[in-house]
Design a protein around this ligand. Structure first.
Ligand code: SAM
Length: 196
């Protein structure tokens, strides 16, 4: 019998090799499709965003650095075990410490997707992270915040995240809204903000 961990290793290895040939065997939920087929292409296309930080990595994000090959794409993940899925420029640390890792006004875009409520759960850590993202972004830099609007994955009401008041909502091209509510079962939402 094939163990779960061996099955996962085979699946990841298959994905790693097939994706190089442009073959993607993953079954994408609508929110993941929005991220990869609408949000990412716009970021890649736009001259506005060169230095991009993506927080949280897993096997299904391992090819993201190749999608952003014309950019400076930096990944950050708290778990050392998941560094293997990060970009060549990868930081093993909590996103709470973004201010220690990046100068103020030095990033064009930060993508924090599926981390709030998935490890980033403590109120103080959440507040520190969002303040740090605001500080690290350059003026008019873009913050893409993806989260699941389900009771067990919302550790803090969005309205209580203080640093969000320092951003202005940004209507994302292609989506034409500052908040996109996906039809996925996980009630995933994308909020787009610009540093004021
Ligand atoms: C559900 S996955 C999301 C991965 C990816 N960002 C995405 O778009 O699917 C959550 C990831 O966030 C990582 N994570 C949780 N808390 C974190 C923190 N404070 N700083 C950095 N990464 C964290 C977890 O280890 C996990 O790999």
């Amino acid at each position: 019998m094939v163990s779960v961990s061996l099955r996962k290793r085979l699946r990841v290895s298959l994905h790693r090799n097939l994706i190089k040939l442009g073959i993607d065997t993953r079954k994408l939920r609508p929110d993941r499709k929005t991220l990869e087929k609408s949000i990412f292409p716009e970021l890649v296309r736009s001259d506005e965003y060169h230095r991009i930080l993506f927080v949280g990595c897993d096997w299904y994000t391992l090819h993201y650095p190749t999608l952003f090959r014309n950019k400076e794409f930096i990944t950050m993940e708290i778990s050392p075990d998941l560094a293997q899925y990060g970009a060549p420029n990868h930081i093993i640390d909590s996103c709470e410490n973004i201010s220690e890792c990046f100068d103020a006004n030095s990033l064009d875009c930060v993508i924090l997707n599926g981390v709030f409520g998935f490890g980033l759960n403590e109120s103080a850590a959440i507040q520190k992270t969002f303040h740090a993202i605001h500080t690290a972004l350059r003026p008019e830099g873009l913050f893409v915040f993806g989260w699941n609007d389900l009771p067990n994955t919302v550790p803090l009401a969005i309205g209580q995240i203080e640093a969000l008041e320092r951003f202005r909502p940004y209507s994302f091209p292609l989506i034409h809204k500052s908040i996109y509510e996906s039809e996925s079962i996980n009630r995933h939402r994308f909020h787009f903000y610009q540093k004021a």
